[in-house]
Design a protein around this ligand. Structure first.
Ligand code: UD1
Ligand code: CA
Length: 476
């Protein structure tokens, strides 16, 4: 085995050897959202708010991420596990009695630790891991018992204010609801992001009382308590206020959604070379990838981790979710493509619906009002009108006539349909699965095919019977 020590770039020196733990507060309902759903579960660009905070926390490689849960705990835990399964530990705050009380829920796990605790809120999704890293590094070198990340806001309404003395030294945090008119004028606000020495944090928290306007245990009272103990409290002023804005209302959520979307679309236009006919009316997830020279019409949604190749044209009203498109694909208006693959040079729609791992092989086409579920359409094949293909595998250069239905469900189980290469399925054919239509065969209009059809055979009728063998010689 090769020795790995002392190879490559050495890690940066650490100022203290305290390990890092993260606590994310996510127990509140978020009454200002006017929702039955916990605030941190509301989605921004397709992911719950808490997912963003988890991703930022994970990048710091902490020992553990403690998540304080209460409202809809099971759902919140699921959303967290989705992001940081291996690092997550859940602690329950059964009654939401304030942010201080929320942190107290993790007392049993953290009180005795010689660790550094970074506290984050589950409703602050734009926070970048680089910012948190710089904040933690700064805290480590400051020797303070507590650091508070602050920003200056033109409109600080609603936030806790940072009160400083004449020497600009920290005095206290005062909440909007408890502040005097003079204090409300302060533009420097508490972001709700803190670093604490674990032991000092809990020593101070046990002395916090709910003697305020809301009758809550405020985490924001702990720095003042530590100051009175003779400890140092350090303020870290961050320049980008937007990054630490909490989402409290649906209007704020919509603003962030808009902001993210505009950023994504701008990047796709400027860096990738995608044309948007109307950039303010396209919805592309930040995760999605589009190739150059794509043209996106108004009202298109491309969601999740979808990938669209080069030179594709996506017409109005189309939704593409977690799907993969090759190059030179045309998707006409109002098509829905979910969890599916469309290879290069295919056309889809208008009004097509592809779902559950459907695959269009190269140069194939599905048209008006065609639904495909768990089905594959071979190279160069076509299904252009009013058709359902479920659990079906269609070969190459085959034509599926208008109104064809795969009858894949017998009331209990789903069955497969196989149509081989170079078949002509006549209009209004019912393919009663399980069934196979052999290579080069033809079904007449209105056939109900209940039995396998051999290759090069014409069938017709209800139920379909063999009418004649087709000559192979017409190829010459
Ligand atoms: C808090 C700060 C405020 C700061 C602002 C920044 C306090 C008292 N105030 O106010 O100074 O400017 O954040 O965004 O801390 N939570 C729980 N349990 C509770 C209460 C809250 O888990 O009992 C969680 C919430 O789910 C949320 C986070 O703590 O994720 C913040 O709570 P929120 O009610 O939004 O606090 P703010 O009023 O915004
Ligand atoms: Ca908040």
């Amino acid at each position: 085995m090769e020795p790995t020590e002392y190879m490559g770039t050495p890690p940066p020196p650490r100022q203290t050897n305290q390990s890092l733990d993260v606590v994310i507060l996510a127990a509140g309902l978020g009454t200002r959202m006017k929702s039955a759903r916990a605030k941190v579960l509301h989605a921004l660009d397709g992911s719950p708010l808490i997912a963003y905070v988890c991703r930022a926390a994970r990048a710091l490689t902490p020992e553990q991420i403690y998540v304080v849960v209460g409202h809809q705990a099971a759902e919140v835990e699921k959303a967290v596990r989705n992001e940081v399964e291996d690092l997550a530990q859940f602690v329950t705050q059964s009654e939401q009695r304030g942010t201080g009380d929320a942190v107290m829920a993790a007392r049993g796990q953290l009180e005795g630790e010689d660790s550094l605790v970074l506290i984050l809120s589950g409703d602050v999704p734009m926070i970048r891991s680089e910012t948190l890293q710089n904040f933690v590094t700064h805290h480590r070198s400051s020797g303070a018992a507590c650091s508070i990340l602050s920003v200056r806001l033109e409109n600080p309404t609603g936030y806790g204010r940072i009160v400083r003395d004449d020497q600009e030294q920290f005095v206290k945090i005062i909440e909007q609801k408890d502040a005097t008119p003079e204090e409300r004028k302060v533009k420097e606000i508490n972001s709700g992001i803190y670093c604490f020495d674990a032991r000092k944090l809990f020593s101070a928290l046990t002395r916090v009382t709910p003697s305020n306007n809301q009758g809550e245990f405020y985490l924001t009272d702990t720095p003042e308590v530590l100051l009175a103990d003779g400890e140092t409290v350090n303020i870290y002023v961050h320049a980008d206020a937007r990054e630490v804005s909490g989402i409290n209302t649906r209007a704020e959520l919509a603003e962030f959604e808009n902001l993210m979307r505009r950023g994504t679309i701008r990047r796709l236009m400027v860096e990738t070379g995608v044309t948007f006919i109307d950039p303010s009316h396209a919805y592309i997830s930040a995760e999605a990838k589009l190739g150059r020279d794509c043209i996106i019409y108004p009202g298109v949604s491309i969601e999740g981790n979808s990938v669209v190749g080069e030179n594709c044209e996506i017409r109005s009203g189309t939704r593409i979710t977690n799907s993969r498109l090759g190059d030179n694909v045309v998707v006409k208006d109002h098509s829905v493509i979910v969890d599916s693959i469309i290879e290069s040079k295919c056309t889809v729609g208008p009004f097509a619906h592809l779902r559950m791992n459907s695959v269009l092989e190269e140069s194939s086409a599905v048209g008006n009002f065609v639904e495909m579920k768990k089905s594959r359409l071979g190279r160069g094949s076509k299904s252009m009108h009013l058709t359902y293909l479920g659990d079906a595998t269609i070969g190459e250069r085959t034509n599926i006539g208008a109104g064809t239905i795969t009858c894949n469900y017998d009331g209990k189980n789903k069955h497969e349909t196989i149509v081989e290469d170079e078949v002509k399925i006549g209009s209004d054919t019912m393919l009663v699965a399980p069934v196979r239509v052999g290579k080069g065969s033809v079904t007449a209009a209105g056939s109900v095919v209940t039995k396998d059809v051999p290759p090069e055979t014409l069938v017709a009728g209800v139920p379909a019977v063999i009418k004649k063998k087709l000559k192979n010689s017409d190829e010459s």
